[in-house]
Design a protein around this ligand. Structure first.
Ligand code: BG6
Length: 506
């Protein structure tokens, strides 16, 4: 392995973290293991405390026990019992309703007590691990009891989970509500895709290497494909998914993060606003589709019964809490065009779906063909184009595909790969994906969080799709089998342009 330089570690200021919805899954599955990993890397301040707030009736002792039990199942690296004892003593619980001012007064008192006892110095951050309908009301309550005030050099920040809004209007309303209480610099709209190493590496790959940037444009790129395929179905989230669908659930957030990091112009620095400004420009350059374009460039699908890995899977309509005649899409494929100097005429094809054949998230850059085939009078008929595949998960790496001569007396060309594999170079990562994001919030770096204009620009692109689909209920669902690669229309979308989706290998 070539030399990896140690990064400068930055220990955050003393602070209290308040988790709303603390008795739910996210806290025990992701947040606590991530905080333990941070503590292990000495990236938590020595003066730190957590206050869980939720509706469930629990004592601090019972909450601590719940998290201790959860840690056994969800820790991503062994936690030293002594370190856990240190940690658990800093955890507290407040029971309350998210709309009850008296509960917020209790929370305020608890924050004051903890700040005094744990010497956290008045810095706080609030994590909304709650259903989206509570985001606005909780921020309003926090404002009313002055917990979001930043006085005497202290900071107060709020992390808001996705989905940020349900459509363009609701996203704008939510932005307005939270901005009545908070400054933009206090708002951290989280997207867990940005916690993934390989996603963060996109910027490094593009801007720390000089060889790719000159060819990263319409002059050399034919088209780009972004796939986020899942083998899981809707699991226990049928009720939520029925109101969301694949488009809202994955596109304006996760897929648009991948798209903007791939397509953005180089920022002038890695300051939060420099990077986010460039990402926002990409979204603003995507022309929202006309209604007729929605019909030809946007495909939706819903899975029926099928098999994955030898197991029979039910169709979406037979999942718990899903209507038997549901029109909710579990798959989408979109063709988008970015109307700017760099990308005009280069289609970006996006697809995501549940119960597909293989779990795989990747970005593939297809380069243009050579101007003509030089190898006349040989078996070489059709040269493969060069592809750069950026694998996000489960495999993490980058590979460049190019043509090489097949050894032998006859001129023939085979497609070969140069591979970079994260694990081979850097070893297995023990991260949950939340470490970097929690740490960034504590040190006040919002680069990897969405700004209001990015969220609204993202919704503006998909709003026409939502409108047309709403007006024209799909009548042919289910239209793909669990374990396949989605509906036939998704293949036709590319076939019409003389292209095809990259074959994702086993
Ligand atoms: C979530 C979606 O935001 O992302 C889920 O709500 C989806 O439906 C998940 O399964 C995918 O995340 P990951 O990290 O497993 O790719």
């Amino acid at each position: 392995m070539s030399q990896v330089h140690p990064v400068k570690h930055l220990v955050p200021d003393p602070c209290v973290m308040v988790i709303f919805g603390a008795s739910g899954d996210l806290t025990k599955r992701k947040l606590i293991p991530a905080l333990c990993n941070l503590a292990k890397s000495n990236l938590l301040p020595p003066q730190f405390a957590i206050i869980g707030f939720a509706f469930e009736s629990l004592t601090t002792e019972a909450f601590r026990q719940q998290l201790t039990d959860g840690l056994r199942d969800f820790q991503t690296s062994p936690v030293d019992p002594k370190a856990w004892d240190w940690f658990v003593e800093r955890i507290f619980y407040v029971q309350g309703d998210f709309s009850d001012p008296a509960a917020f007064e209790r929370l305020k008192q608890q924050v004051a007590t903890v700040e005094q006892e744990m010497h956290t110095g008045g810095n706080r951050f609030f994590y909304m691990a709650v259903a989206p309908k509570f985001f606005g009301p909780i921020v309003e309550q926090l404002g009313s009891c002055c917990l979001t005030n930043e006085e005497g050099g202290c900071w107060s920040r709020v992390i808001i989970e996705k989905p940020f809004g349900h459509d363009l209007d609701s996203a704008k309303k939510l932005n307005k509500t939270v901005k009545e209480v908070l400054k933009e610099s206090q708002i951290y709209r989280i997207d867990h895709y940005l916690g993934k190493e390989t996603v963060q590496n996109l910027m490094v790959f593009r801007f720390a290497n000089s060889i790719f940037e000159p060819i990263w444009s319409r002059a050399f790129v034919d088209h780009v494909q972004i796939t986020a395929a899942e083998t899981v179905g809707v699991e226990h989230r049928g009720a939520y998914y029925e109101t969301s669908g694949a488009l809202r659930d994955m596109v304006p957030n996760h897929l648009f993060q991948l798209l903007t990091l791939t397509a953005m112009e180089p920022p002038v620095s890695f300051e939060a606003d420099a990077v986010r400004g460039k990402q926002a420009e990409v979204l603003q350059a995507i022309q929202p589709p006309f209604p007729e374009e929605v019909l030809t460039k946007m495909v939706r699908g819903q899975y029926g019964a099928g098999g994955i890995g030898g197991q029979t899977m039910p169709g979406y309509r037979d999942e718990p809490n899903v209507a038997h005649d549901s029109n909710t899409e579990t798959f989408v494929a979109l063709k988008l065009e970015i109307d700017n100097w760099r990308w005009a005429g280069v289609p970006f094809y996006l697809r995501t779906g549940k119960r597909l054949a293989k779990r795989n998230t990747e970005i593939t850059i297809y380069f243009r063909r050579t101007p003509f085939v030089l190898f006349r009078d040989t078996p070489v008929r059709d040269l493969e184009t060069n592809k750069l595949v950026i694998e996000i998960q489960p495999a993490e790496g980058i590979s460049l595909q190019f043509g090489a001569k097949v050894p032998g007396p006859i001129m023939d060309i085979g497609s070969v790969k140069m591979d970079f594999d994260y694990v081979k170079y850097f070893g297995d990562s023990v991260a949950t994906g939340y470490e970097r994001l929690l740490h960034d919030c504590m040190v006040g770096d919002a680069t990897l969080f969405q700004r209001a204009d990015m969220v609204e620009a993202g919704w503006s692109v998909i709003q026409p799709v939502l409108d047309v689909w709403h007006a024209l209920p799909e009548r042919h669902f289910p239209n793909y089998s669990a374990g396949s690669w989605g509906p036939a229309e998704a293949n036709e979308l590319l076939a019409r342009d003389g292209r095809h989706w990259r074959h994702i290998e086993d």
